[in-house]
Design a protein around this ligand. Sequence first.
Ligand SMILES: *Cc1c(COP(=O)(O)O)cnc(C)c1O
Length: 428
Amino acid sequence: MYTQNSKDAFLKAKKVIPGGVDSPVRAFKSVGGTPIFIKKGAGAYLIDVDDNKYIDFVQSWGPLIFGHCDKDIQKAVIKSVKKGLSFGAPTKVETKLAQEICSLFDEIDKIRFVSSGTEAVMSAIRLARGYTGRDDIVKFEGCYHGHSDSLLVQAGSGAVTFGTPSSPGVPADFTKHTLLAKYNDIKSVQECFKNSKNIACVIIEPIAGNMGLIPAEIEFLKELKEICEKNGALLIFDEVMSGFRASLEGATGLVGVKPDLITFGKVIGGGMPVGAFGGLEEIMDQLSPDGPVYQAGTLSGNPVAMNAGITALKKLIKNPDIYDELEEKAQTLMKGFRDEAKKVGIGLQTNVRGSMFGFFFNDKEVKNFDDALKSDTKMFAKFHKGMLERGFYFACSQFETGFVSTKIKDKHIEETIEAAAEVFKELV
Ligand SMILES: *Cc1c(COP(=O)(O)O)cnc(C)c1O
């Protein structure tokens, strides 16, 4: 495969952009090689600057549930652009998108739009702290909630501890209120509540997608809700990835557990930068200007992004069968991977939730971050390279989630399984 133009572009980028990328995972560090520079998207495909064509299972890391260049979203964006890019004043389309979301979720009376998932989560946490008058938060090892200071705490040694920051530049003082618990392990959460009477909220990805794909067990989420209620803490579902991806009502719709606040991003903007957080009126009314909890944004609720988002959302609401179709494709893909891997003696753990899929090179079931870390990342790197060379674009880390878009057809799935079968044979 000829990739010289990508290589040249990466060298140039590295001179003026740290690491050559604007978000670290794009740099292919964990799989080696140089990142592919993209020229354009077309339906199910990505086309790189050397004119190589790939079936895209990354979908811009989740947002593009309708694939690239969806005609309806394009039309809505162009129409909106012609009326002006931004006003810094309210527009009706914000209310329309808010109405659609509020009517989908019993637990959302009001919602506020921001420009990224990071911002949505950061603001939801501030709101939970403001509402409860408490400082501590509980997060789970391996869950990612954006790159804001107090959430940039990852795995400790597995012990339940007060978090230490996982990046220089984050003062320990900023993360001392972040308690860590183990995913799918209620005892670790009970431990946190024993250690602190000052817990404002527990935040969780109800379908974890940032340590590979690991859904939380329903019983665990029920117990989480109970323990939050009993202790007067809020439960926040971070559905930035799973929202409108796992189902129309995200994980919340699948698990039957009601969170107090939900955060969104990715699909909600239809490919444009949008995030949001919502909940019951009593909590949301604590936000300024009605309440004392400050939160703001120059480009929040940007009309072009809102028009992209509402177009995507309306298409999803109109065609609820989309999720079954996408899930069927994702299931077929993962079954194909599992079967082909098994034929050559490779253990593969797979998960599917709606249009989200994940696979671990691991002989044992993966239930938490520690399990995920035991996966064979070297084998994953080889798999990634083999698939890329054959024209299949997967996330460049063992610890990411894959996505199926509506532009991916059965023939694409078949081709992908055939290619994977070839690559698996090369791995052993
Ligand atoms: C992507 C993601 C974020 C961060 O969103 P950005 O738009 O990248 O800031 C937060 N939480 C979860 C669960 C995510 O998947």
